[in-house]
Design a protein. Structure first.
Length: 883
């Protein structure tokens, strides 16, 4: 079997589309080699070796060693050096590289191959002993940390102590002799910590590093990351071994990272940072503040440190040329790493750049305008779920801002919450229903769960390419990074800035758009959508087949839904209106009434309020379809439960507390979700359905008169299981429509339909469609009743089901296409067979979930309905499903 794939010198054994085998990094290094770009030669050990490694008790295939040696020899031939040679040694980097980039795995070991002998050879060949010993100490530090498991703190402490003793400020103050002393100390530390010396044999070093990469695939952080991102463990990682090029060979050397466009805004401008006389990790480590690459960026930042454009114009020009070429070649924004060794540019990595949703939109629309992408491709480029980011609140410009510090605007959106300093605490607070801002000096992959649990992230160290910034952007969470004016004291659990000290639990607000950190709670504004948003949504609307409606009942939600482009209301849950203001009193009177007469009297009070609600909804939706569902929940949901509440309510209503208590006890149910709810209410108390139907029809007549536009309400009966049941309720609705027509003399068009949320209803959809003019799949209840999993209690036991891959996803988030989906498909078919014009929609939570929307398209539903903020997501997902 071929396990090892070489690249470099203008050719490669791999290419970009081999990322499953070579990992993302390896496949792109091969691709860049094939493109003739300057890539240091090297080779990739495939992901199949990782799979083999774990399937065979952490051992390697027998023929791997020979293939690695042959590939090393090839690198040696290209570079004119030999790995392990005492005169002209080849040094290499070792990097992990899975299909998807994965923080949490072993990242990089640089300068591998250095030992007490080769360091001297490097000192001679470079003519720079300081460089040689600096590289050697970096290698010992990195290798000991990531391969041998010796905490890097030991080495940093040594360095700090040494600098203090010698009165040095910067690392660059250290001479060759200084570094030599430190190398000795570092080696002693390894000996003391591990009881064995730092490995001197380059071959041992290399296999140690390879083993560390494969080992890191299964470490806790990597497992957690995979779990969060749905990456299967079976993918494995590749290992990339590559000839070293040095950015730390003096003032004509440098290293940096860049995006071909701005990953925050999407603006067409090179965006990146570099450091002169440095190695890769220095840029992201935040030890030295990086410099801007372009002059324009330098000027904009008001920096007096030279840009790459000024400092190394030739290498810069070559770099710009290559960035343009890569962007065109990959047809997407690239995130690249490069090193300049004594004026010569080397490309170390390219990959599609992670970006904010805002940038993703702008880039997709721009690339389409530039003719690089078709409109359809541009639509396909946006992750619908990422649109959430654009729909986040921002701080009201009119609000008073008590700014205590400003950092980098690392990830857009504003958020407020209690200060917490620890990721576990963030998770606990979230579980307890509290909102927190995670405040850290810096974040690491160990903080991923805490970042997830937080409203936003604030760090005092690290730039726009720091861990916190990149990860928060990916999560769509607001983040302010590198707020250097802030002091975090983990021991004291305080945060200090501008003379203000905040404790754990105090409220702060961060603005990821400006980098500001504010004390206290600040007024937020609803999001404003960019021009690109409208453009892309327009393209999406042009290709989608399914309509998108919203689940909304309040005027506020209905207006928001319209603003987001909803094409009607797919579900108005009337019970939500029963809780507003005075209404709950009338609702309770109705429940307490001893007979139908009493109930009707209470309902009469509710009628004008319901009617006014519906008039408003119809007018906001001006002519678009509005589906109104009759009362669904069990009546006890409207009653107080504790003795105290009962007493309070009874007093307020002027009712007898004992009677109220008795009624609440009567209505108590062991299994309310399968109890006295849905159309069962209308069967027992038809007067409730009649009042609601009257309110709907009178409102329709009134709204039509006011607007001059026809209003065609869709009256929906919930939780139907049989046709006779629906018929009984429908009869009352039709009778009420006739009555209203007669009373008002107005024409009235309407439809009566049902929710399909019980398996029996799905199975008998053929006959139910004889009475129903539309079906709306209530997949929340249909999931609950099909799987026999309570939607209210699932959280306590569902976790292991997805973790252990018993279920592919939470069935209340993404529709269980095989089970629940089969019922939907069958009901759609049977229903349509009976009534060709039957309108089909979905209004469970799944209506806003992209994967479920794709399923709905496959069944041929007419529309999906979801919460207002998910309407744009649904529009885009529906378009992608139709492509
Ligand atoms: C459903 O069951 O999917 C539904 C939309 O109704 P509700 O969530 O109100 O039960
Ligand atoms: Mg339901």
């Amino acid at each position: 079997t071929k396990w090892v794939y070489s690249f470099g010198d203008g050719k490669a054994e791999g290419q970009a589309d081999m990322r499953n085998l070579l990992g993302g990094k390896g496949a792109n290094l091969a691709e860049m080699s094939n493109l003739g770009l300057p890539v240091p030669p090297g080779f990739t050990i495939s992901t199949e070796v990782c799979t083999y490694y774990y399937a065979n008790g952490q051992t390697y295939p027998a023929d791997l060693e020979g293939q690695v040696q042959a590939a090393l020899d090839r690198v040696g031939a290209i570079t004119g050096k030999t790995f392990g040679d005492s005169e002209n040694p080849l040094l290499v980097s070792v990097r992990s590289g899975a299909r998807a980039s994965m923080p949490g795995m072993m990242d990089t070991v640089l300068n591998l191959g250095l030992n007490d002998v080769t360091v001297e050879a490097i000192a001679r060949s470079s003519g720079d002993a300081r460089f040689a010993y600096d590289s050697y100490r970096r290698f010992i530090q990195m290798y000991s940390d990531v391969v041998l498991g010796v905490d890097h703190g030991f080495f940093e402490d040594h360095l700090e102590e040494y600098k203090e003793r010698k009165n040095y400020k910067l690392d660059t103050d250290l001479s060759a002799a200084d570094w030599q002393v430190l190398v000795g100390k570092f080696k002693d530390t390894v000996q003391a910590e591990l009881g064995r010396p730092f490995p001197q044999d380059p071959r041992d070093q290399l296999w140690g590093a390879i083993g560390a990469v494969f080992g890191s695939w299964m470490n806790q952080r990597a497992n957690k990351y995979r779990e969060l991102h749905g990456i299967p463990a079976s993918w494995g990682t590749a290992v990339n071994v590559q000839a070293m090029v040095f950015g730390n060979l003096g003032e004509t050397s440098a290293t940096g990272v860049a995006f071909t466009r701005n990953p925050s805004t999407g603006a067409k401008e090179l965006y990146g940072e570099f450091l002169i006389n440095a190695q890769g990790e220095d840029v992201v480590a935040g030890i030295r503040t990086p410099q801007d690459i372009t002059e324009a960026a330098r000027i904009a930042a008001g920096s007096d440190r030279p840009s790459l454009e000024r400092a190394m114009p030739q290498a810069y020009a070559e770099f710009i040329r290559i960035c343009g070429l890569l962007e065109k070649h990959y047809r997407d924004v690239q995130d690249v790493e490069f090193t300049i060794e004594r004026g010569k540019l080397w490309m170390l990595q390219t990959r599609n750049g992670k970006r904010t949703a805002k940038a993703a939109l702008k880039i997709a629309v721009d690339l389409a305008s530039e003719g690089v992408l078709t409109h359809e491709e541009a639509i396909g480029r946006i992750d619908p779920a990422a649109l959430d980011q654009l729909l986040h609140p921002t701080i009201d410009p009119a609000a008073e801002r008590k700014i205590i510090a400003t950092g980098l605007p690392a990830s857009p959106g504003a958020a407020g919450g209690e200060v917490v300093f620890d990721s576990d605490e963030a998770e606990q607070a979230r579980a307890a229903g509290r909102r927190v801002i995670l405040v850290r000096i810096e974040t690491s992959p160990e903080d991923i769960h805490g970042m997830h649990a937080s409203e936003g992230i604030l760090t005092t160290r690290g730039g726009m390419t720091s861990h916190a910034a990149v990860v928060a952007r990916g999560m769509g969470k607001p983040c302010v990074s590198g707020a250097g004016g802030l002091r975090v004291d983990y021991a004291a659990q305080t945060l200090t800035a501008g003379g203000v000290t905040l404790k754990k639990g105090d409220w702060i607000t961060i603005d990821g758009g400006t980098g500001q950190v504010l004390v206290g709670e600040v007024k937020m504004l609803e999001p404003q959508l960019s021009g690109e948003f409208g453009t892309l949504m327009g393209w999406a609307d042009g290709v989608r087949r399914m309509k998108v409606r919203a689940n909304a009942e309040t005027p506020r939600d209905a207006r928001a839904a319209r603003g987001f482009g909803a094409e009607g209301i797919g579900l108005c849950r009337t019970e939500h209106m029963f809780f507003e203001g005075e209404r709950i009193v009338a609702v309770r009177e109705m429940i307490l009434a001893d007979d139908e007469k009493g109930r009707r009297a209470a309902l009469a009070k509710l009628l004008p309020m319901q009617r006014a609600d519906f008039v408003e909804l119809f007018s906001i939706m001006s002519g678009l379809p509005v589906t109104i569902r009759l009362l669904d929940p069990p009546l006890h949901e409207f009653l107080p439960h504790t003795d105290e509440e009962i007493a309070e309510v009874a007093a307020a209503m002027g009712a007898d507390a004992d009677k109220l208590k008795r009624r609440a006890a009567e209505l108590h149910e062991f299994n309310p979700m399968l109890g006295f709810r849905g159309c069962r209410l209308a069967v027992a108390y038809p007067e409730i359905a009649e009042m609601q139907a009257r309110a709907i029809f009178e409102a329709a007549v009134q709204a039509a008169k006011a607007s001059g536009q026809p209003v065609i309400p869709e009256v929906m009966v919930p939780l139907v299981m049989t046709k006779p049941e629906l018929d009984l309720v429908k009869e009352r609705i039709v009778a009420m429509a006739e009555a209203v027509k007669k009373e008002t003399g107005a024409a009235l068009d309407y439809q009566v339909g049902t929710m399909i949320e019980l398996p029996r209803a799905a199975l008998r959809a053929g006959e139910i469609a004889e009475s129903a003019e539309f079906f709306s799949f209530g997949t929340n209840d249909l999931t609950q009743t099909t799987l026999g999993i309570s939607r209210d209690d699932a959280a306590s036991f569902l976790g292991p089901y997805t973790a252990k891959a018993i279920l592919p996803a939470d069935p209340f988030v993404t529709i269980d296409a095989e089970g629940v989906g089969e019922l939907v498909r069958l009901a759609a078919e049977r229903g349509r067979k009976t009534r060709g014009s039957l309108k089909l929609g979905i209004c469970g939570e799944h209506g806003g979930d992209p994967a479920s929307i794709a399923f709905c398209e496959s069944v041929g539903l007419d529309y999906v309905s979801c919460s207002p903020y998910r309407v744009p997501i649904a529009r885009l997902a529906a378009a992608q499903a139709a492509l």
